[in-house]
Design a protein. Structure first.
Length: 346
């Protein structure tokens, strides 16, 4: 999961979306006309489908998805052909195809992701009573998958380092917006934001590790076809990614504690400890934003630590200490990042 999301973030930009759409169109067209030239059928739709269904955001998953789809097609064709041979009566053959197709779909899939191609192919072969259709579907699926696996990575291959940097920038922007919104509500004496006010937050916390995965693939030389390998990474990107991964955990903890606190707070009574937390949140956000950008953050970090000590002196209760823990751990991550050698690998 995480490995796909780092590349997915970069794909949301307009230029990347245009390239992704062109890649699908070209692969589908090449598969279609190859099958017409081969003479498999006059409308080789199964050849064009792999381009639509396999070419998702994560280029590293295309070969795996291609083999899974091909295996599903083969099993679906075999199931439907065998059932129709031994049970020609529709009263028995359709339930048999449905049951065996469902069983194959789940047996050949992964947890939470059944191989739907098994059942789809079995039903399509069953419903298309045309001699030679099972073999044509196998041939067209094989052509479409081969084009996707061999040609698609050569069409505007993604840069793993660029994908990692894009994921890092997206995380930095999300954290800045999140902490700014929290500080603003605290300053106004409002209750901290609840889960309904923070859509996509669960997805946000996955972004740093996904970006880190993209970076490690490139650093290990596992570049995609068509992308020149061995190129040095951007200066300091590794350390900033490690900082992002570490602070994703600390700030997620802080957000959860803040939401738990909001559930127990009186609706119309501002909590002085929460209100006094706003400057600390803003200082932490400023230091982290500079750290993730690669800028000097020592002044903001020193200010955040001073505010942490002041809040601890003014509100020494255990509940306040637990609430501050996520921010304090964020300060520790920034301190380690500023130390010689940067943040150790996570």
């Amino acid at each position: 999961m995480s490995g796909s999301f780092g590349v997915a973030y970069a794909a949301w930009r307009p230029g990347a979306r245009l390239r992704a759409g062109a890649r699908v169109v070209l692969c589908a067209a090449v598969s279609w006309y190859l099958c017409l030239w081969w003479g498999t059928s006059t409308a080789p739709v199964p050849a064009a489908l792999p381009a639509v269904l396999i070419l998702r955001e994560d280029v590293y998953a295309w070969p795996r998805r291609g083999w899974e789809r091909l295996a599903g097609v083969v099993v679906g064709v075999v199931l439907s052909t065998v059932v129709l041979h031994w049970l020609p009566d529709p009263a028995w053959s359709f339930p048999a195809v449905l049951v065996t197709g469902c069983a194959g779909m789940y047996l050949m899939g992964s947890p939470g992701a059944p191989n739907q191609q098994v059942l789809v192919t079995a039903l399509m072969v069953y419903a298309t009573a045309v001699p030679g259709y099972p073999l044509a579907r196998l041939e067209e699926s094989l052509v479409g998958i081969a084009v996707v696996v061999l040609l698609a990575p050569l069409l505007w291959p993604p840069d793993p380092y660029r994908s990692a940097a894009a994921g890092l920038d997206g995380y930095r922007a999300d954290v800045r917006e999140l902490l700014g919104g929290i500080a603003g509500r605290l300053e106004r004496g409002l209750a901290p934001q609840g889960p309904a006010d923070l859509p996509e937050q669960a997805r946000m916390w996955l972004r740093p590790q996904a970006a880190r995965d993209a970076y490690e693939r490139a650093a290990a030389g596992r570049a995609v076809p068509g992308r020149r390998a061995g190129r040095p990474p951007p200066d300091g990107l590794d350390g900033r990614l490690a900082l992002a991964v570490r602070t994703a955990l600390t700030l997620q903890y802080f957000g959860e504690e803040l939401r738990e606190r909001s559930h127990s707070a009186a609706p119309d009574t501002p909590d002085p400890a929460l209100r006094a937390l706003a400057p600390l949140v803003r200082a932490t956000a400023a230091a982290l934003d500079d750290g993730l950008r690669g800028a000097d953050f020592t002044a903001d970090l020193d200010r955040a630590r001073a505010l942490d000590l002041a809040h601890r002196a003014a509100h020494p209760a255990r509940h306040e200490a637990v609430l501050r823990a996520g921010l304090h751990l964020t300060h520790e991550a920034l301190t380690d990042h500023a130390a010689p050698g940067g943040t150790p690998p996570v």
